[in-house]
Design a protein around this ligand. Structure first.
Ligand SMILES: O=C(O)C(=O)C[C@]1(C(=O)O)C=C[C@@H](O)C=C1
Length: 394
């Protein structure tokens, strides 16, 4: 159906959208200049006071133009996140001269369309050089590819907000000399993907990775008589459904990934929790230098001596140095029953005084300690401004 006035309005929308793109590109150019200035004058990338001022003004101006505060806040959170990540990537590149590769060979679990594949695409989109994707069948193979110089980087999921830590990956980190050089958080949106027009009631077999079934357990419990088949990766589940090409089978995975296999979604938002995110780490042979202007995280692994309160004593060292711990994970040590390895993520840079003093002290009081990496933090928590504050600001 078409109406002449609809075509005219659409033409104006198309022209405005092109203008929006030009403005976003111009803004990106200016934030690149900001990054150059910050490098020169050693100014931190993040300035939350500036972000707050900016949001207050925009919410107020938006309101005057008939745009609600929530809409403005959402849009500018995305814009500022992009700006911060882009600046961080620029600073990181400068701090590690010669590290930029013309071709980044990256290993990850699964194939095109897996969540690890989508995370890989996202992380390397901000980095210079082309991307060569190396899909693998297991986490051991992913890590092995970098160890054997067949890949420059590996992207590994370490935790999910619904299903928790991915133990298999932590166990791989126990026995590798690779360093963590980056992290990223990726929204995991599970959909029911099919190859042919069908309905949920027709589906008799469901294919997915076990982690995915865990994250969608509430949806599965409501399904009743459906056979659940576990696959080694989300992409394998998608491939299977695409090959079967029947109206009674479905895969669970991302819509974007499914599209690569000609699948489409008949139901979305299947995860138990609405906010379902996975955190990935990026590992390489060589560690990176993180400039002090960039928010950093450090990950280390330790085992404490076997005496009451040993873990508390170790954690007190972090408190005394005013270091924020963002994750604590324990894993058994193979061959040493009842002994644990603790994986700890903290906010801070190994070049910075507090982290250095804490690591020296921890080395003294623990049985074993190894730094797995210091890397730019990519968890950009947006600066929040209450709409009421913005609207009452002078
Ligand atoms: O103004 C700056 O200092 C910037 O880095 C730019 C910008 C933005 O994109 O507006 C990004 C990050 C800062 O936290 C504040 C603002």
């Amino acid at each position: 159906m078409s109406a002449p006035e609809l075509d005219q309005i659409r033409e104006r929308i198309t022209a405005l959208d092109t203008e929006l793109l030009s403005l976003l590109s111009e803004r990106r150019g200016l934030t690149n200049q900001v990054a150059e200035t910050k490098i020169k004058h050693h100014i931190p990338v993040r300035d939350q006071a500036r972000e707050e001022q900016l949001l207050i003004r925009l919410i107020k101006e938006g309101q005057q133009k008939g745009l609600d505060a929530h809409y403005i806040t959402q849009i500018f959170h995305v814009i500022i996140e992009d700006s911060v990540l882009n600046q961080q990537a620029m600073l990181a590149e400068r701090a590690n001269p010669g590290s930029a590769l013309p071709l980044n060979r990256v290993a990850f679990l699964g194939d095109r369309g897996s969540y690890s594949y989508l995370a890989t695409q996202k992380y390397f989109s901000r980095r210079p050089g082309d991307l060569l994707e190396l899909g693998c069948q297991s986490f051991r193979e992913v890590v092995g590819k970098v160890e054997n110089n067949e890949a420059d980087y590996a992207v590994l999921p370490v935790e999910n907000t619904t299903s928790g830590s991915i133990n298999e990956v932590y166990d791989q980190l126990q026995n590798t000399e690779l360093s963590i050089i980056g992290e990223l958080t990726h929204a995991i949106k599970h959909s029911l993907l099919v190859a042919k027009e069908t309905t949920l009631a027709n589906i008799k077999t469901l294919y997915a990775h076990p982690q995915v079934f865990t994250q969608c357990s509430h949806f599965l419990a409501e399904l009743g008589n459906v056979e659940v088949k576990t696959m080694d990766a989300t992409s394998s589940a998608m491939l299977k459904v695409s090959e079967l090409n029947r109206d009674d089978v479905a895969a669970i995975g991302s819509e974007a990934g499914g599209n690569l296999y000609g699948l489409f979604a008949i139901k979305s938002n299947l995860a138990n929790q609405k906010e379902n995110h996975s955190r990935f780490i990026v590992v390489a042979k060589q560690p990176v230098v993180v400039p002090l202007q960039v928010p950093a995280k450090t990950t280390f692994v330790m085992s404490t001596v076997q005496k009451p309160g040993a873990l508390v004593e170790a954690l007190m060292v972090l408190k005394e140095n005013n270091i924020n711990m963002t994750k604590l994970e324990s894993r058994p040590i193979p061959g040493n029953p009842w002994e644990e390895l603790f994986y700890i993520d903290v906010e801070g840079n190994t070049q910075d005084g507090p982290v250095q003093s804490a690591l020296i002290e921890l080395k003294r009081i623990t049985r074993y300690l190894k730094v797995l990496g210091c890397y730019p933090s990519e968890e950009i928590n947006p600066t929040k401004v209450a709409a009421s504050k913005a609207l009452t600001a002078g």
